[in-house]
Design a protein around this ligand. Structure first.
Ligand code: PEP
Ligand code: MN
Length: 241
């Protein structure tokens, strides 16, 4: 899973899609509705972004993943993309979880459910039932870093969650090193570590021009860095089989 933090334009997203497809990856991510800390920051292109994602997904034969922040947008988002993401800030937004479960009950679209900043593993698994009880068990859990005393990195990546969750659930477990690290230089080593401890996949942010990204540029890999990571991930998976 790779792609920009936010969809910025058709040109930007197509460039990313071409690269992701060339690497043989199956899923492209992109933000349409962004959960920004500050209301004056770029909030995402909304439905326009969903249209851009759909067009690029169709053109490059990629599955598309985007975050849904608001119960009122669940149906709209599910009409355009393949997978729906619950972001860390909505970890315990139970009405949103339920609504996503209801909207995807028939389609069985993938729901990528991220861990909250202060969410325990037990709370995470318990709340997963809000989605699955509605009839969609196609849920993928995503560790993305939690809050600890150390602010040197954006979050602290809890890799122990990966084997711990594998003991407790059959749901796939993904790792997002980008939001945990907050800096591009740390993303590749953390992604490799995630693969080594059995993660079913990683999700990383990538941007063709990180310096000018409208969101999360500091943690975005360049296309060539993503290509190198993809190679090394295969090697680690082989070695740790
Ligand atoms: C994202 O994936 O762009 C995002 C906002 O992630 P998180 O909810 O983990 O902060
Ligand atoms: Mn981001």
């Amino acid at each position: 899973y790779a792609g920009p933090c936010s969809v910025e334009s058709a040109e930007q997203f197509e460039e990313v899609a071409e690269c992701v497809a060339d690497l043989g990856l199956h899923w492209i991510r992109g933000g349409a509705f962004k959960p920004r800390t500050n209301p004056h920051s770029f909030q995402g292109l909304g439905e326009e972004a969903l249209k851009i994602m759909k067009a690029a997904g169709d053109k490059y034969n990629l599955k598309t993943l985007t975050e849904v922040m608001d119960s009122a947008h669940c149906q709209l988002v599910s009409d355009y993309v393949d997978g729906l993401q619950v972001g860390a800030r909505n970890f315990q937004n139970f009405s949103l979880l339920k609504k996503i479960g209801q909207v995807t009950a028939d389609t069985h679209q993938m729901v990528l459910y991220k861990r909250g900043f202060a969410g325990t593993i037990a709370e995470w698994l318990a709340a997963t039932d809000y989605i699955t009880d509605c009839g969609n068990d196609n849920v993928v859990l995503c560790e993305r870093g939690i809050r600890t005393f150390d602010t040197f990195t954006r979050g602290t990546l809890d890799l122990a969650a990966v084997p711990a969750l594998h003991e407790m659930t059959h749901l796939p477990v993904l790792v997002d090193p980008s939001h945990a690290a907050g800096r591009a230089a740390l993303v590749t080593p953390l992604a490799l570590a995630a693969a080594a401890c059995g993660a079913d996949g990683v999700m990383v942010e990538m941007h063709p021009d990180p310096l000018h990204a409208r969101c999360d540029g500091a943690q975005a890999l360049l296309p060539e860095e993503l290509a190198a990571l993809s190679q090394r991930l295969h090697a680690v998976r082989e070695a740790c089989r």
